[in-house]
Design a binder for this molecule. Structure first.
Ligand code: CAA
Length: 390
C-alpha cells in the first residue's frame, strides 16, 4: 500500500528527580571524563517514590489526548521491560487515568528495549486494516541496576507516547524493515529481581552484531542506501553507544569513519538521552524527539531507526519527515520536562534506589514527592492505587 502511515504526534515525560553524574563520580572516585566523554552521559532521571511506568506513561500521553481527543483511538499498546504486574497491562491503568473510551483494546508488549518498535509496527498494521483508527503507543521504562555496579551510571527513566495513524503530521514510516533475532544472555531481569543483570561488554558486542545483521537484511529487502539518510536514531543505553553503533555500520559498509559525518548523523539525536539516561523502550524515540526538536528543517528527509532489545531482537527501518512537521512539535514542553527535575544528593538517591514495596498485602501509602499530574498513592491489598491531580 502507498498510504502514508506513521507518527502523528509525539510527547515525552520523565521523572521528578535528577542525579548529576558528578554526584556519582564524587561518591565512587570515578574520573568524571569516563561519564561525560567515555559513555557520554551528564545526568540521569530518577523516579520519586510515588512515580512509576504508569505515572510517566500517563504524563507522556496526556498532552496527546488534550490535543487530539480520544475519538479515533481504539488501541493502546504499552511497551515496557520494567513491568509492574505479571498479568495486568500497565496500559489499563493509563487508559483509566486518561479517561479513554471503554471500546478500546489495551495490551502490554515486551522484548527488552525493542518493545516500542514492535508496538509501532503492530500499530501500523492495524492502521492498514482500518485507516481511520489511531493507536496510542506508549513506551515507558525505569532503567535500574545494582548500586556500585558497572551499569549504575547508565540508569535513567522516561516515557514516550506516540499517536500512530494515517496521514501523519510528523514522520511517515516506510517499508521494508531489516530484522534480526539471536538468543544471547547479554542483559536480562529474572522475575524475582527489580534491578537488571547485564554482561556489559557482551551487551555492546551483541548490539554491534545486531546492527550489522539488521542492516544486511534491510539491504536484502530492498531498503535505501546508507548515504540517503540525514540522521540515525539508535537505541541509546548511553549516548556513546549510538556513535559506536554508527561507526560500526559505516565500517561494515566499507566507509572510512569520518568524525564530522558521524557527528552530523548522530549528534542531534543525543540531546535528551544525555541528560535523562537509559529509558530502555523509550530511548530511540527520545532520540527522534531530540532530532526533530533540535534540527533545522528536515522536511522530506529520510531518518534511519535502529531499535535494539537485549536478548536479543533488533530492527532497522526508515522514516521520512512530513512537510510542516515543525508546527506540531512540543519542543518547549520537552525542555520543561527536563528542566523541572529537582537535583538529588547522593544519599537521597541511594535511599530512593533501595526502596521496595512490602509484599504483605497491607496498606502502604507512598510518600508524597512528585509534583506531576499523576502519582502512585499507595499499595493496598496487593493493589496499586493511582491518583490524578490537575
Ligand atoms: N575519560 C574519557 N573516557 C574514559 C575515561 C576518562 N577518564 N575513562 C574511561 N573512559 C572510556 C573508556 O575508554 C570506554 O570507552 P570505549 O568503550 O569507547 O573504549 C568508556 O569510557 C567506558 O569505559 P569502560 O568500558 O571501562 O566502562 P565499564 O566497563 O565500567 O562500563 C558499560 C561500561 C559496560 C557500558 C556499563 O556501563 C554497563 O554495563 N552498562 C549497562 C549495559 C549497557 O548499557 N549496555 C549497552 C548495550 S546493551 C543495550 O543497549 C540494551 C540496554 O539498554 C541495556
Amino acid at each position: 500500500s502507498d498510504r502514508a502511515i506513521g507518527i502523528h504526534d509525539l510527547s515525552f515525560a520523565t521523572t521528578e528527580f535528577v542525579l548529576p553524574h558528578t554526584a556519582l563520580a564524587d561518591h565512587n572516585g570515578t574520573e568524571i571524563g569516563k561519564y561525560h566523554v567515555g559513555i557520554g552521559q551528564q545526568s540521569m532521571s530518577v523516579p520519586a517514590a510515588d512515580e512509576d511506568i504508569v505515572t510517566m506513561g500517563a504524563a507522556a500521553a496526556a498532552p496527546i489526548i488534550a490535543r487530539h481527543g480520544t475519538d479515533r483511538i481504539r488501541t493502546v499498546v504499552f511497551a515496557t521491560e520494567s513491568s509492574i504486574d505479571q498479568a495486568k497491562s500497565a496500559g489499563v491503568y493509563v487508559h483509566s487515568l486518561l479517561g479513554l473510551p471503554s471500546a478500546t483494546r489495551v495490551v502490554e508488549l515486551k522484548q527488552a528495549c525493542y518493545g516500542a518498535t514492535a508496538a509501532l509496527q503492530f500499530a501500523i498494521g492495524l492502521v492498514l486494516r482500518d485507516p481511520v483508527q489511531r493507536i496510542l503507543v506508549i513506551a515507558s521504562d525505569i532503567s535500574k541496576y545494582d548500586l556500585d555496579s558497572p551499569g549504575e551510571p547508565t540508569q535513567g527513566a522516561a516515557a514516550v507516547a506516540m499517536l500512530v495513524g494515517s496521514d501523519p503530521s510528523l514522520v511517515r514510516i516506510e517499508e521494508p524493515s531489516g530484522l534480526f533475532t539471536a538468543d544471547v544472555m547479554d542483559f536480562w531481569r529474572p522475575n524475582y529481581r527489580d534491578a537488571a543483570l547485564v554482561d556489559g561488554q557482551e551487551s555492546i558486542t551483541a548490539y554491534l552484531h545486531a546492527v550489522e545483521s539488521t542492516w544486511k537484511d534491510y539491504t536484502e529487502q530492498g531498503g535505501r542506501s546508507l548515504d540517503e539518510f540525514t540522521a540515525f536514531c539508535y537505541h541509546q543505553p548511553f549516548t556513546k553507544m549510538a556513535y559506536k553503533a554508527h561507526r560500526h555500520l559505516l565500517n561494515t559498509c566499507g566507509y572510512d569513519t569520518d568524525e564530522a559525518w558521524l557527528e552530523r548523523a548522530i549528534g542531534r539525536t543525543t540531546a535528551y538521552n544525555r541528560v535523562i539516561g537509559n529509558s530502555y523502550t523509550a530511548s530511540a524515540y527520545l532520540g527522534l524527539a531530540a532530532l526533530l526538536d533540535q534540527a533545522d528543517d528536515l522536511a522530506g528527509r529520510p531518518i534511519g531507526f535502529l531499535s535494539y532489545g537485549s536478548g536479543s531482537v533488533a530492527e532497522f527501518f526508515a522514516g521520512t519527515t512530513v512537510p510542516g512537521y515543525r508546527e506540531h512539535l512540543r519542543t518547549a514542553a520537552h525542555q520543561e520536562a527536563i528542566d523541572r527535575r529537582r537535583p538529588l544528593d547522593h544519599t537521597a538517591y541511594r535511599e530512593l534506589h533501595g526502596r521496595s514495596f512490602p509484599a504483605d498485602g497491607g496498606d502502604h501509602p507512598t510518600p508524597s514527592q512528585t509534583t506531576g499530574h499523576f502519582r502512585l498513592a499507595a499499595l493496598r491489598g496487593h493493589k496499586r492505587i493511582y491518583e490524578k491531580r490537575w
